[in-house]
Design a protein around this ligand. Structure first.
Ligand code: SF4
Length: 230
């Protein structure tokens, strides 16, 4: 299989190959690109992913994060997400990509502001409150957000879906990809593999956060991850 190192898949290479094939087949950066539903956890993590993929796809960001348990924090993150998308769309309208890796082939980005339902998160996390970050609670948390994304992607006829979550060095990219692929099969919509922290993606997300003055939280999102920082 392409992008396989030893027994471990290289999801970043797999995505590169998909993008190369889109370029070669003329279905990548032309006027009517495939529609991608991109689950996003926050503006900083999405900054690199949007810069990387907006030439290849017509992206709709799906902001669905019931795991952010504090209302004020949630609102702050979602508003930052909207502000970043406006900045990117302004670049497309002005055809001015100075300081960006994107080219004039970049497409406009849409957003779907998902329901805020922290009760669902608390219900899911019952009995898993004391798990360490990266443990079972987080795996369930990935599943909850990706399932909703897959459902929406299938229901609204998107060509594919994926998530920004693999950009975080604290997240398990293999589990995220396995979950995404399983849900993609269940709902009949293609899951785009990724490991966005590779290719200096995480580093680039920090540069872009500075460039756009983005709010960067210092904890993942739930009350349990916040306690770990206090
Ligand atoms: S630490 Fe992050 S991924 Fe894990 S359960 Fe909390 S919000 Fe979800």
């Amino acid at each position: 299989m392409a992008g396989k190192i030893g027994n471990t898949r290289n999801y970043a290479k797999e995505l590169e190959k998909i993008l190369e094939e889109k370029d070669a087949g003329g279905t990548g950066r032309e006027r009517k690109p495939d529609r991608l539903l991109l689950h996003s956890c926050c503006a900083p993590c999405s900054s690199y992913v949007l810069e990387y993929l907006r030439e290849y796809f017509a992206i709709t960001v799906f902001y669905y994060n019931p795991n952010i348990t504090e209302d004020g924090e949630y609102r702050r993150r979602v508003e930052e997400q909207k502000r970043l998308i406006k900045e990117y769309n302004r670049q497309v309208e002005a055809q001015d990509f100075s300081g960006m890796h994107s080219t004039k082939m970049a497409h406009r980005i849409e957003i779907i502001d998902g329901d805020y339902e922290p009760g669902r998160f608390y219900q899911m996390a019952k009995g898993l409150e004391n798990c360490k970050e990266g443990g079972e609670r987080c795996l369930q948390c990935y599943e909850m957000r990706l399932r909703k994304t897959a459902q929406l992607a299938a229901g609204q006829g998107f060509d594919c879906f994926t998530t920004t979550l693999t950009i975080s060095p604290l997240k398990n990219a293999q589990k995220l990809n396995e979950t995404g692929e399983r849900l993609g099969e269940e709902y009949g919509v293609l899951f785009l593999p990724s490991d966005f922290k590779k290719r200096d993606g995480y580093k680039r997300s920090i540069e872009l956060s500075v460039k756009f003055g983005l709010y960067r939280q210092d904890y993942c999102g739930c009350v349990y991850s916040k306690r770990g920082k206090e």
